[in-house]
Design a protein around this ligand. Structure first.
Ligand SMILES: [Zn+2]
Length: 230
């Protein structure tokens, strides 16, 4: 994969294959689509079984696919995976698929992109109980400040996208309070450009956009390379 540089706008989670200039994106691939996916080895990807797609007979083949994919250097992270308490899919099944993916990530030392809906405390419990240490990135974080601090203490990162620009949500106020050293920015499936998200982040943090870029690049290197030379 290519690596982000000082001038890059790192987009830590997206489903869009169109990149703008100076964007470094982590494009998400659903595990069940990996086999037929047209990989571009210059790009970076995350591969995982999304909780919305969990089915009993899909778990095993999806896990095999993820483990196989995660050995590739262009697959930078596992995910998105997680727990969603707002859907009908049995939580026990979601958990089975989720924890197995976390174990693959630990084994291969790759970060994880998480989808969490009303499940932050479940995840904190899972992380502590299993002593997972590989960095987790909660994409589209919408929890409160107390949970955010607990996650940061557990070596997790929080990623923000469209809600940063939504004045009706609590996300802008929360974002102002968070240490920059634990944030990422993303577009997910929104129609925003990553530059628009960075512009809003720099407005909320009252700092230059280049400072946000430099901090997120540091965060990326710490999270994905553990500060080591790549
Ligand atoms: Zn997504």
């Amino acid at each position: 994969m290519n690596f982000p540089e000082k001038t890059s706008f790192i987009n830590i989670h997206t489903h869009k294959t169109f990149y703008s200039e100076s964007e470094f994106a982590l494009l998400n691939i659903f595990a069940q689509e990996y086999k037929t996916y047209k990989i571009n080895c210059g790009y970076a990807y995350s591969v995982g079984l999304h909780p919305w797609h969990v089915k009993k007979d899909l778990i095993k083949p999806a896990l095999d696919e993820i483990e196989h994919a995660a050995k590739e250097s262009f697959v930078a992270a596992i995910g998105e995976t997680g727990l969603d308490r707002a859907i009908e899919i049995e939580l026990r099944l979601q958990e089975e698929a989720f924890i197995a993916q976390l174990e693959i990530a630990e084994k291969l030392r790759k970060p994880v992109l998480l989808h969490a809906v009303r499940s932050y405390s479940d995840m904190i419990a899972i992380r502590k109980k299993n002593r997972f240490t590989t960095p987790w990135i909660f994409h589209g974080y919408t929890g409160n400040l107390i949970i955010a601090k607990q996650l940061i203490d557990l070596n997790c990162y929080l990623s923000f996208g469209k809600f940063l620009l939504n004045s009706k949500s609590n996300v802008p106020d929360l974002f102002i309070e968070l240490p920059k050293e634990h944030i990422f920015l993303e577009i997910d499936d929104s129609n925003l450009t990553i530059q628009e998200v960075y512009r809003q982040a720099s407005f909320l943090k009252a700092c230059d956009i280049r400072e946000i870029q430099a901090t997120i690049l540091n965060n990326f290197n710490r999270c994905f390379f553990n500060g080591k030379n790549r």
